[in-house]
Design a protein around this ligand. Structure first.
Ligand SMILES: [Zn+2]
Ligand SMILES: [Zn+2]
Length: 199
């Protein structure tokens, strides 16, 4: 394991001092990719970063993990795991990015590439550029939906007739495979269905 670079160690000190939080151990490794990834285990007192080549993304990743570190420890079944990326988390995270040298555009791009829902939080927090990024994403999703051809009725509603086909069971009328809970239900009592698809 490589030693964490000086800037990373001093960033951990600054952020924890600012929040009056205990210090985590910082584990630091390298990988030959552009982006970094991280993991925080509050119960183990550990923040781990696998650092890619992009220095801004390294900083973003470390601050993202520190936002987990500063978030209240989860209780119940999720104990020991990191907390969800919720509104409270992103309030902390975008605050850290802003105060510790991650440009808004880099924060938005880095977060939304990993967690698309981050844009909703960034927009609520008034992060410059978030409104536009959120609108663009919404428009892209809508266009993708519009490009999808509409589903049509390929075989009208009919009584299902189960037949064996090697390992599978099919409906003899429309030919579709029947599996899982549907198959168990149709074995118990007869049923009807429609075959929809792209014409
Ligand atoms: Zn996270
Ligand atoms: Zn059928």
């Amino acid at each position: 394991m490589a030693e964490a670079p000086a800037w990373a160690r001093s960033l951990v000190l600054t952020v924890c001092a600012e929040a009056d939080a205990p210090l985590p151990r910082l584990s630091w490794r390298h990988r030959d990719r552009t982006t970094s990834s991280g993991l925080t285990r509050q119960s183990a007192g550990l923040v781990s970063v696998v650092a890619g080549r992009d220095p801004v993304d390294q900083r973003l990743t470390l601050l993202h993990e520190l936002a987990h570190w500063l978030s209240p420890a989860p209780r119940g079944r999720r104990r020991g795991r990191t907390r969800h990326h919720d509104a409270a988390f992103y309030t902390t995270a975008f605050g850290l990015y802003r105060r510790h040298g991650v440009p808004d555009a880099a924060a938005l791009a880095g977060e939304s590439a990993r967690y698309p829902s981050s844009l909703t939080h960034a927009r609520r927090l008034g992060v410059p550029g978030a409104e536009e990024a959120w609108r663009e994403r919404r428009m892209a999703l809508r266009q993708r939906l519009q490009r999808r051809p509409p589903l049509r009725v390929l075989v009208p509603e009919h009584a299902v007739r189960l037949v064996r086909d090697g390992r599978w069971t099919r409906c003899a009328v429309c030919g579709i495979r029947v599996v899982g809970p549907n198959l168990r239900r149709l074995r118990r009592r007869p049923g009807r269905h429609v075959l929809m698809g792209i014409a």
